[in-house]
Structure formats: C-alpha cells, structure tokens
Design a protein around this ligand. Structure first.
Ligand code: 26W
Length: 821
C-alpha cells in the first residue's frame, strides 16, 4: 500500500499486527518470549480500545458542539458480558483480527476465552440494560448509561455435593482494559446527619443539609460502540472513595485508625452487587448505593448541561432520564433537592422540571419485589430527602383528595408513605408520581400493571401508561454467539437482518428447501457437539448431541418453576423404569442459573435437580436415554454457548408472574422451539412464530387468578393424579437422596400445602405437551421446518425495535450520525 495506516486507528491486518506487538511492548513491557496468554489478550484489547476511542471522542465532540438531546439510562445493574469479541464485531474487524493473530502465531478464540466478564447484574434487568446500550449506539442515539462500578459483581457459582456454593467475583483482579478512570470527574455525596433551616436575607426559608458522612464518586467510563457505525456512547459507572480533603477528616486529626476506618466505609458503598433479584432486602447499604449513583449521575448531567451554556430551567429539554425499575427512583427527590437547595429554584418550577424529566420502567409484578424503605432508616440516611418526600406527598395527597373525592382507601394506596406498625416509603409510588411515562416490558405485563399493582395510578393518570416489549441485541445473541447460523442466514438473505431483524422474514421460503434444512440442522448439531464437549470438560459427563437438548436456563426462582421441569423428568424416568423397552426420544435436560444466596427454597431446587440427575444419569435401565445436567455458573459467557445448542426452550413460569423474559427471545432466535405458558413475552413470541410452532400449556393469567380466588387445593391434584402422586412420594421417600427423606421436605410440603405457583394445577398439561414435543422431534424434517420458521419470525424481538419505540414514544430523541474526521 502507498501509505502506512495509523497504528492506533487502522483496521487492516498488518496494522492490527503492528498494534498488537506495539501494545505488548510499550503498554505492558513484554515481548513474545515471555508473554503470557493474558498479556496477549491485553495487547489485543488495548489495540481494540484505541479504535474505540477514536469513535468515542468523535461522538462526544459532536454531541457537545451540536447540543443534542440526550437519553440518560439509570440502572443499578449492567450485565454486559465480555467486551472483546463484541467490539470486534461492531468494529467490523473480527476476520482481520483473527488473521493478524494467526500471523502472530496466536489463536484469537483462545484469547477471547481469557476475558473475565463484568457481571454487574443479577439477570434480566441488568442484561436488558446492556442490550439497550448496544441498540442505542447502533441506532446512533446520543445516550449515557449511568450505574455503579461494583468491585465485586454477581457471585460465581460452584456446585458441591449438589448444592450451590458462592464464591466472590473478583473481576478487576487483572485490570480492566475497557474502562478509563476519569479521576478529575467526581462528585461529593452526602449521607446522614441533619438538616438546618434558616431564613436568607430575603426572608426565604432555606435548608442546609449537614451530613455525617461525605463520599466521593469517581467516574469510570466504558465506550459502547454501535454496530458498524461511528457512534460510541458512554457507560459511566461510579466508584466510591474517601474524599481526599474531607472536612470530617480534620475531626480525626491524628487518629489514624478512624481515618482508615472512614476510608473503608466510603469504599464499601460500591464494593459489591446485591445478589437478590425479585426479593427486596431493606439494607442501609443498598439505599446508600442507590442514592450514591443517582446523585453522582444527576450532578453530572446538570454539570454537562450548564457547561454547554444552557440554563438550569431547560434541564428537561436536554436530558430525559429513564429509571430502570425503582432502584434509581430516589432521583425524583434528588433532582428536587439539586434544583431547589443548590440551584435556588422555587418548588413549582423544580417540580415542573422534575416531572418532565423522568420516565419509569417497571420490571416485575411480584409483590415481594416492590421496593419500600423503612421510614426511620430512610430518614437516617437521607434526612433532606425525607423532608422533600413529605412535601411532595402533602401536595399530591391534597390534589388526590379533590380528584378522588376523599376515597381514603385509594388515597392511602397512592400515598408515597405506607402506614403500619412502622411507616415506610413506597418507591414505586415515588417513581409513578415523578415520571411523565410509565411502562411495562411486555404487552401482557403492561396490561396486568394497569389491572393490579399500579391500578390506582392508572385510574388517576391513564395518559402516563405505555407498553414497551423487551428485545435483545442480535449482535451479541446471534452474530457473536452463533457465527455459523449467522453465515448460513446471510448466505441466503444477505446481512441486512443484523441491523433490521424483520428481514429474517426472508428466510421463510427456505423452510421448504431441503438443502437449507439440512444445513440448518447441521449447524445446530455442531453447536450441540460443542456444548457437549464443554459439559464433558466441566462436569465429566457424557451427553449425546443426537439427543434432544431441552434447556431451562435463568435465575432459580419458585415462580419460574424449575421444579415443574423436575416433576416432568421424574415422570419420564418412571415411565421408562416401568417399561424399559419403550420407544423414547433421547433427551438431555440442561439447567443453569443462580439462586440468591439467602433464598433457601431456590437452593433446594438446585440440590433437587442434581440429586435427580445423579440417579437418572446412572441408572442402567435408562441407559443414557435421558440425562440431567446442571451447568454451573450461568452468566453471559456461558449463555452464549448454551443458547445456540438448544432444541427446546423451556419458558414455564406461572402465567402472570414473568414480566417479559428475554432468554425466551435469545433461545427462539437461535432456532429453539418454545414450550411455554401464556406469560410475559411468550404471548407475543407465540403470536409471531405461529401457534403451530409453539408448544403451549398451562393456565392463563386470568385462570390462575380465578383458581386462586376459588380456593386452590394442591392436595386434590396430588391425590387424584397417580403419576403426580408417585413422583412426589418418591422425592419424599428419599429415592433421590440416599434414602434421606427429610432433605426435600421443605419443598414438597410447600407444594402439597400451598403451591403458590400452581405447579400441580399445570402438571398434567405440561406432561401432555411434552409428549407432543417428543412426537414432533421424531420427525426431524418437520422439526427443521418449524425451527427455521420460528427464527424467521423473530424480527420483532430485536432491542433495536424496543429502543426505537422508546425514542419515538417516550424520550423524543433523534439519531445523530457521527462522522470521523
Ligand atoms: C430489590 C430486589 C430486586 C432486584 C431486582 C427486585 C427486582 C429486581 C428486578 C426488577 C428483577 C428483574 O430482573 N426482572 C426481570 O426483568 C426483565 C427485563 O425486563 C424481564 O424480562 C423479566 O421477566 C423480569 O423478571
């Protein structure tokens, strides 16, 4: 070539080679003879980062110069998954980098596997935030994601003797090449203490919050690049530190121990992610985390706004702030505080701006997941915010009293403050009142919100309610996780579908093409072989890639009903035991998922899966025809290996309980057929793929409500269904637990005497549907056809579609194509 590409921005193979060698030498002080696998991983990561930075700087520059409206996504969790391969794909240099590595004697895939993923989330909500960041950048929308830079993310799960064991996730151990610490960008965050009131010279009542603790929040930025565009948005995560010159350190002058102690207290705030999902734990530290990151983020936004020469009065025109569930809902009170106490606005104007700034997404209907804070605790952490919430509530209750003509029951349900033996703050109510839009995450979920948990809000403010069905990014969940299927699809319909998933429709005619069906099934088989190999390596277990891979992967929770799947497996086992020569379709049941460390029944469900596996996998009568696998430490990295290998996707939550689900979308996109209830986004998936390509079972949400209201008696189902009775008795007899009949008693008792999630009511329907799955799988050609049509019709479930809807219908933001100079 006539000229040499820049070492830090060039995308050619030779340049990449040069960049990798340079980084190894100049960034890490290493040379090939002594470089480790991690050194090479780092060298490549830095080479990629340089290329990201070029686009990132261009994006930020353009946003500042042209003063665009910006989306701020506030989320306590981001479950990003590994960066390297994703960035290579979005930069469009996967092949080139692979070649560069090869010429350096390196295997790119081997190095990619070296990356420890940032597990800064629990599950659905955090992973959704990550998909949305990808889509925002791909759609070239100016956006900042704000969150917490946890030093320890979601725990690592190990299985010992069938039980879950947790280990800390020290993801920063080897450094993080994807982030840039912005030491200069920091804010002071106050905690505790008391509020002084005084009159200023004009006689205006003023508030002065005297904290008991001040913590510094430091920004750590990670660029998020869109797919084959120049847009690189920012994910800004806050780390807590002791302020360098904090006032109260002088109190401790000469007291080394308490100085060190206060440093520890400060750093604790961003120390660790709370590993609970769908279950609140009213811990002071969690409230501190929420306030910490929300205050840093709002101060940051105001700073950005004012530095552009704009007026504080126009804040809501510059930023729209999306609340990812109620975890950041304290932002409503915090923006009021900043506008009034710091920027001197009057109440009316501050409230006008605040209520035009926020929008709230609800992600769960489970009552135990709706956040509340003990009022005393809240006041001791955030005394000024407690005052503000009282005042917000006072004004609201006055308004509601007139609007609702004194309907006291309704007013007390709408109140931001709950009464009882102890008073508490209702975060969902704060979010609803302080937001101009409220949305659920699937059509059914949004309807149920209006009918149940947010009914009173809906009746008072119907104009705020919307639906935004979740989506997933096809870049990570197809292009990256399943390059083989990606290539096969693109060979027939081109690559347009990667950015416009609706184009998958073009695959439909190929369902009738025997050659295409053969190639489709070959890809699936290869992915199953690859997963089988991993299972062998991790667990020493042989599984047959010719068997049906029946997959249930998600957080472990009673409402998600992993134990219903276990009842099915035992039923099948019993059938084979009684008739060893029966013609059974070989199946591999694969489970994965973490249980919250304090959730005893969920941990018992894991033990049950493993105990049943131990018996089934080793029974000579079964002879390997059915196998049960619990794949440990479910995370993004492992999910990428599991989804492409699935024949069957199990989405079996009790109808009305799963807000949306997103694993259901990833599995279906990868060609798995769904066995599911009419819950969450399953409803819409079934509508799209066609009922003939979906295995439906179980009660509907309405029927569930009806059965419950009529006094559900699980015992009746047990005593009337001999197969079900046999299964439960068998578990209770100790058959799966070395004759120890007590191990699973807590679980079986809760089913027999309560069964909140209606496993027994849905049992027979589930078993019958599984028989249909088995029949369908016997006709592999028909199965291939169904699988292809299923994928072809998943266009709706791209997060690009979700984000476009958010942009048009809630955020009112537009694309800003970024140019590189
Ligand atoms: C305070 C404890 C807590 C922590 C996390 C309560 C609730 C949560 C999340 C809201 C739980 C969650 O991740 N919900 C999931 O959100 C996904 C994205 O919208 C949906 O697809 C899942 O159905 C929903 O369970």
């Amino acid at each position: 070539s006539p000229y040499l590409e820049d070492s830090r921005t060039g995308l050619g193979v030779d340049t990449l080679k040069r960049a990798i060698r340079n980084n190894l030498f100049y960034v890490q002080g290493k040379f090939p003879e002594i470089a480790t696998r991690n050194d090479y991983y780092m060298a490549i990561a830095y080479a990629v980062r340089d290329r990201l930075l070029q686009r990132w700087v261009a994006s930020v520059k353009q946003y500042i110069q042209e003063k665009h409206r910006v989306v701020a996504y506030l989320s306590a969790e981001y479950l990003l998954g590994p960066h390297l391969a994703n960035n290579l794909i979005n930069l469009g240099i996967y092949k080139e980098t692979e070649q560069a590595c090869k010429e350096l004697g390196l295997d790119l895939d081997w190095l990619i596997e070296k990356e420890v993923e940032p597990g800064l989330g629990n599950g659905g909500l955090g992973r959704l935030a990550a998909c949305y960041m990808d889509s925002l950048a791909t759609l070239e929308v100016p956006a900042i994601g704000y969150g917490i830079r946890y030093q320890f993310g979601i725990f690592e799960q190990d299985i010992r003797d069938g039980w879950q064991v947790e280990d800390t996730d020290n993801w920063l151990r080897r450094g993080n090449p994807w982030e840039i610490a912005r030491r200069e960008l920091s804010y002071d965050i106050k905690f505790g203490g008391y509020v002084q009131t005084y009159l200023d010279r004009a006689g205006k009542l003023c508030f002065n919050w005297i904290p008991e603790l001040v913590v510094k929040g430091v920004a750590y930025d990670t660029p998020i690049l869109g797919y084959k565009v120049n847009t690189a948005n920012t994910l800004r995560l806050w780390k807590s530190e002791a302020p360098h010159s904090f006032d109260f350190q002088s109190f401790n002058a000469g007291d080394y121990n308490s100085a060190v102690n206060s440093k520890i207290i400060c750093e604790n705030i961003s120390k660790v992610l709370y590993p609970n999902d769908e279950q609140i734990e009213g811990k002071r530290l969690r409230l501190q985390q929420q306030y910490f990151f929300v205050s840093c983020s709002l101060q940051d936004m105001i700073g950005i706004h004012l530095r552009q020469g704009e007026k504080i009065h126009d804040f809501h025109k510059k930023f729209v702030v999306q609340l990812n569930d109620t975890h950041p809902a304290i932002g409503v009170a915090e923006l009021m505080r900043l506008l009034m106490d710091v920027h001197q606005l009057e109440w009316e104007e501050a409230w006008d701006i605040t209520s035009k700034t926020f929008a709230y997404t609800n992600h769960t209907l489970l009552p135990e997941a709706l956040e509340t804070w003990d009022l005393q605790l809240f006041g001791s952490v955030l005394p000024r915010h407690l005052q503000l919430i009282y005042e917000i509530n006072r004004r609201f209750v006055d308004y509601a009293t007139i609007k609702l003509y004194g309907n006291h029951q309704k007013i007390s349900s709408l109140s931001l403050i709950g009464e009882g033996p102890r008073k508490y703050i209702k975060m969902a109510n704060l979010a609803c009142l302080g937001s101009f839009a409220i949305n659920g995450v699937a059509a059914l979920h949004s309807e149920l919100l209006k009918k149940t948990v947010l009914k009173d809000w809906y009746e008072l403010m119907p104009h705020k309610f919307q639906n935004k069905t979740n989506g997933v990014t096809p870049r990570r969940w197809m292009v990256l996780a399943n390059p083989e299927l990606t290539n096969l699809i693109s060979s027939r319909i081109g690559e347009g579908w990667i950015k416009n998933l609706h184009e998958l429709k073009g695959l439909e005619p190929f369902a009738d093409d025997p050659e295409f069906r053969k190639e489709w099934m070959q890809v699936k088989f290869n992915k199953k072989k690859a997963l089988a190999k991993r299972i062998k390596k991790r667990l020493g277990l042989d599984v047959d890639p010719n068997s049906m891979f029946d997959i249930l992967v998600k957080r472990i929770h009673e409402y998600k009903r992993q134990h219903l799947k276990v009842l099915h497996i035992i039923t099948l086992y019993n059938q084979i035991k009684k008739n060893p020569n029966m013609d059974v379709v070989p199946r591999t049941f694969i489970f994965a998922g973490k249980a919250a460390p304090g959730y005893r029944k969920a941990k018992l469900m894991i033990k049950l899966i493993n105990s049943v596996g131990e018996i089934v996998n080793n029974d000579p009568d079964i002879n390997g025809r059915i196998k049960v696998v619990f794949y440990p430490n479910y995370n993004v990295t492992n999910a990428q290996k599991i989804y492409p290998a699935a024949d069957v996707s199990e989405q079996i939550s009790t109808a009305g309980k799963e807000a949306s689900g997103t694993g259901n979308m990833k599995l279906s996109l990868n060609g798995a057929l769904t066995v599911g209830t009419l819950d969450g986004a399953n409803v819409e998936i079934r509508e799209c793929v066609g009922e003939e390509n979906f295995f439906l079972f179980g009660l509907t949400a309405d029927e569930v409500a009806k059965v419950k209201s009529e006094g559900y008696k699980p015992w009746d189902y047990y005593s009337e269904n001999p197969n079900l009775k046999e299964v439960i008795d068998q578990i209770n007899s100790g058959y799966f637990s070395h004759l120890d009949s007590k191990v699973f008693k807590e679980l079986t008792d809760s089913l027999l005497y309560d069964d909140q999630y209606l496993l027994f009511a849905d049992y027979q329907s589930y078993i019958d549907t599984q028989a249909k799955v088995e029949e369908a799988f016997k006709d592999q050609d028909k199965w291939a056809r169904m699988s292809i049509l299923n994928t072809a019709r998943m266009g709706k479930f791209s997060s690009d579609r979700s984000i476009r809807e958010y942009c048009d219908e809630i955020w009112k933001v537009e694309s800003v194509p970024v140019t590189l100079d």
